[in-house]
Every structure is written in structure tokens, then in C-alpha cells.
Design a protein around this ligand. Structure first.
Ligand code: AMP
Ligand code: ZN
Length: 466
């Protein structure tokens, strides 16, 4: 079965191949850096990371661009409240975003593009739209006339033809039910940052940022454009209108949208105040990889309800896999290979791959891994698991972790690394040999305090991180 994705544009599952050579040209809408982003936002960014990793696993090169919106209404208001320049204000939250993204093990896109560093590309795009008769100006601002783009509505599958009354809007927050002419360039207001252009002083609208930067880095037609489901309308609809009016070519072949993270049956959002940031959850003692696992475990087109029980279950799931990894590494096994288990390992990888190929069905991919681990643990209990099966299981875990990336514990400052721990265990073994049981117990207790649990087994000492 080929790799396929559900495409919002066609409302169908479609086989995916990049248009040109082996490189996937992908654009994802990044954060607006007016505050710490919440784990709802990170659900979308984690989905994009899983998408990246699966495309790489399938042998594609990536050219992925993500924007950072560092000028918008909320940023200007918040920076002003704190009496900071928008540069200083957004630098703080941009840094925080990338720290959180790194903690969640999100791979960096090939290009991270800040809106304020790409104004000339936006100006050029607006000039091209004006030359094509798609714009008008009013009170110093330039607007896109959606009536000039008949397919308007094709992404969100709405028929807006009766609504194009020339009404316009120039704020970044939109009424989602209504289609309006939208602002491309906002006239300068007092005390607002502004750039000088042939069509007046001002600043860009949000939609033109993404169109201009996507086309600048990736060309006229992208392979994939992705974002959260709330961006379908109007943001992505407007991006299509702008880009296709300029190029007369399809803007993106595939549109992938991820569903929201909910909490108590409501969308997690800044405006409702019902959100947790990554930092909130780390302060409560959760590990970043636990949060990553939870966000990745539900396929992106399904809503995910955030609960602390869910988070605890995610931690348990990771622990089960780590326990299996430890057991594999530390068990004394009889030589040889159990062919039946070899086949099960191959089948597990096949099921994992088929699930991921099926529109990134992470839930099924995980089910395949857990079913496999259960079967291998039983084989180990029954002494049916042989030495040469060990590397096959390691391969299954490696495939799993190349996408989910949760097996390696996060090391925080002051923690011991693996060789420190092994040195301590050796010290304890020596103490025991010398019948210094007090000393041996003290070493064990000190390790325990740092979250390292020792287990004395017939095969020697095993350890794991709590
Ligand atoms: P923003 O910074 O508000 O532009 O949002 C950044 C990304 O997070 C966008 O792709 C949004 O669609 C997405 N997003 C916002 N809220 C949620 C949520 N509760 N669950 C999942 N994604 C979200
Ligand atoms: Zn965008």
C-alpha cells in the first residue's frame, strides 16, 4: 500500500508523491509569538513533526518552511503594555517556543522564516496582485477583492458566491462564518511598527505573510501545506486566493489539517483560558517525552481530549517499552534463532509501516508495537526467545522510535548519564564483594534519589530511570 494522506482540498485519501524529484516541498503555519504557546498548539506542531519523520522514513528529502508571525495585532498590544519594542517582545517568546519544541523533540524545519525579515517578498506579492486587478485601497490600506477569485471557498468547501458584497475586514481575528475582502497591507497607525512601500506606510496582513514566504522558498506549487483545522478558513482559503491569483497555478497539491486538542470538551485556547503550556506540565513533574507521546498517540484527524489520566497512561506506555528494552539488553539468552519470532518481528514492522502509510494512523501503529512487545515478553517468560532474536526486536523498537522518539529519557541538569550510573553500580558490586553492605546500600539509595532504580536479578544488576 502506498503512502496516502487525506487531502482537505479534494476531501479524499490520495496517494502521495512529491511533484518534482525526491524532495517534499512543505509549508506549515508556525506560531504567533505573542505569549508562550500551549500544548494545543503543540499538538499541531507534533503532528507536523510526525509527518516530517514519516516522509524521511519513506526516503524523501525534506524542504520544510515554517513561519514565525512576529508582527500582528496581539503582539503590538502586548508589547505596548509591557513597554517593549516588538523585536524584544517577540524575541523572548520565539526563544521560548524553540526551547519547548526542542524539549518535545520536534525536528527543526529546513527554514524558519520570520515575517518581519520577509517584507520585500510581501510587497512584491501585493504589487503583483495589484497589477492583476485583485486589490483596492481604502483609507491607506490595501485589500484583496475575493470577488476577483471565483474559486474562493474551494478549500473550505463553502459556497460564498452570495456573500461577496464588498464588505471588508482588517483585523487578524476573523468571523469564521463570513467571507470578506481581507487586508493585504494595513495603513500605518500611530505608535505601530511600519514599513515604507510604494503603496504607503504600514504593515502586512497575516495571510500575505504565508503566501509570500511559501512561494519565496518553495516555488509556485508546494507538495504539502499543513496547519491546525481552524486555519482552513479563512487563513488557508485566503492564501490560495492570493497565491493562485499571482501564479495561476495550484498553490499546494496536498492540504493536511490536524484536529484540535480539547480539554473538558472545549478547544484548548488562549482566549478561553483553559490551557496548559509545556512549562506548566513540566513544573508538575511530567516528562517532555510523555507529553510528546500523548500528543502523537491519537491520529491527527481525530480530536484528542486532554486529561491527566491520559498523561499518566502515556507515561506507563513509555515505561512498558523501556522495560522491554532493558529486558532485551540484560537477559541471558540461549543461542540460536526462533524463526516464529523472526516472522513476528517482520510482521510488526510491516503493520507499523502500513498504519503510518495510512494517513499517519499513529494509534494503529502503536497497537502493532504493543501487541508485539506483549508477545515477546511471553516468549521471554517461556524461554522461547533466543539470542539472535534480540537484534530483530531492537530493530522494531528502532523503527518505532525513529517516529515517536520517546525511548530515551530526558536528561535534566545534574542527572547522571549512563556511564556514571554503570560506574556507580560497579562501585556497589565491589562494596558487596568486600561485604560492605552498608556502603552498597548507600550507593543504591543515592542512585534512587536521582531516579535510578536498581534491580538485582539472576543475570546481574539491571537499572532503569524512574
Ligand atoms: P497560532 O499561534 O494561534 O497561530 O496557532 C499555531 C497553530 O496551533 C495553528 O496551526 C493552530 O491551528 C494550532 N492550534 C491552536 N489551538 C489548537 C488546539 N487546541 N489544538 C490543536 N492545534 C491548535
Ligand atoms: Zn499561514
Amino acid at each position: 500500500m502506498a503512502l496516502r494522506f487525506y487531502n482537505t482540498l479534494t476531501q479524499e485519501l490520495e496517494d502521495f508523491h512529491p511533484l518534482v524529484d525526491n524532495t517534499v516541498r512543505m509549508y506549515t503555519c508556525g506560531p504567533t509569538v505573542y505569549n508562550f504557546v500551549h500544548i494545543g498548539n503543540f499538538r499541531t506542531f507534533t503532528f507536523q513533526d510526525i509527518l516530517r519523520r514519516w516522509l524521511s522514513y519513506r526516503g524523501y528529502e525534506l524542504n520544510h518552511v515554517m513561519n514565525v508571525t512576529d508582527v500582528d495585532d496581539k503582539i503590538i498590544i502586548n508589547a505596548d503594555k509591557e513597554r517593549k519594542s516588538i523585536e524584544d517582545y517577540t524575541a523572548l517568546y520565539t526563544k521560548a517556543f524553540f526551547e519547548d519544541a526542542a524539549a518535545l523533540r520536534l525536528q527543526q524545519p529546513e527554514h524558519v522564516s520570520k515575517a518581519t525579515e520577509h517584507i520585500p517578498m510581501m510587497v512584491k506579492a501585493i504589487e503583483e496582485l495589484t497589477a492583476k486587478g485583485c486589490t483596492y485601497t481604502s483609507e491607506g490600506s490595501t485589500y484583496f477583492r475575493i470577488g476577483s477569485f471565483p474559486p474562493y471557498g474551494k478549500l473550505s468547501h463553502n459556497d460564498f458566491s452570495g456573500m461577496r458584497t464588498g464588505a471588508r475586514v482588517d483585523v487578524d481575528e476573523y468571523d469564521k462564518a463570513d467571507a470578506r475582502d481581507f487586508v493585504l497591507w494595513k495603513a500605518r497607525k500611530e505608535n505601530e511598527p511600519a514599513w515604507d512601500t510604494p503603496f504607503g506606510e504600514g504593515r502586512p496582513g497575516w495571510h500575505i505573510e504565508c503566501s509570500a514566504m511559501a512561494m519565496h522558498y518553495l516555488g509556485d506549487t508546494l507538495d504539502i501545506h499543513a496547519g491546525g483545522i481552524d486555519l482552513v478558513f479563512p487563513h488557508h482559503e485566503n492564501e490560495i486566493a492570493q497565491s493562485e491569483s499571482i501564479t495561476r497555478k495550484p498553490f499546494s497539491r496536498f492540504w493536511l489539517h490536524s484536529e484540535h486538542l480539547h480539554i473538558e470538551s472545549q478547544k484548548m485556547s488562549k482566549s478561553l483560558g483553559n490551557f496548559y503550556t509545556l512549562r506548566d506540565l513540566l513544573d508538575l513533574g511530567y516528562q517532555p517525552e510523555t507529553i510528546r507521546y500523548l500528543l502523537a498517540s491519537v491520529p491527527h484527524r481525530k480530536k484528542l481530549n486532554f486529561t491527566f489520566e491520559g498523561l499518566k497512561a502515556a507515561a506507563k506506555s513509555i515505561e512498558r517499552l523501556r522495560d522491554f528494552e532493558l529486558r532485551l539488553a540484560s537477559s541471558k539468552l540461549s543461542p540460536g534463532r526462533n524463526e516464529e519470532l523472526t516472522e513476528r518481528s517482520e510482521a510488526a514492522i510491516r503493520q507499523f509501516e502500513e498504519s503510518m502509510d495510512d494517513d499517519l494512523n499513529t494509534a494503529e501503529a502503536l497497537a502493532a508495537v504493543f501487541e508485539y512487545v506483549r508477545a515477546m515478553n511471553t516468549a521471554l517468560d517461556d524461554n522461547l526467545y533466543l539470542e539472535e532474536n534480540r537484534w530483530e526486536s531492537a530493530r522494531v523498537l528502532e523503527v518505532f522510535d525513529s517516529v515517536f522518539d520517546v525511548l530515551k529519557p530526558t536528561q535534566s541538569g545534574g542527572e547522571l548519564n549512563d556511564s556514571d550510573i554503570e560506574a556507580k553500580i560497579e562501585e556497589r558490586n565491589q562494596a558487596r564483594k568486600a561485604r560492605d553492605f552498608k556502603g552498597a546500600d548507600a550507593i543504591r539509595a543515592a542512585l534512587m534519589e536521582k531516579g535510578i532504580v536498581l534491580e538485582d536479578t539472576k543475570d546481574g544488576v539491571r537499572w532503569k530511570r524512574k
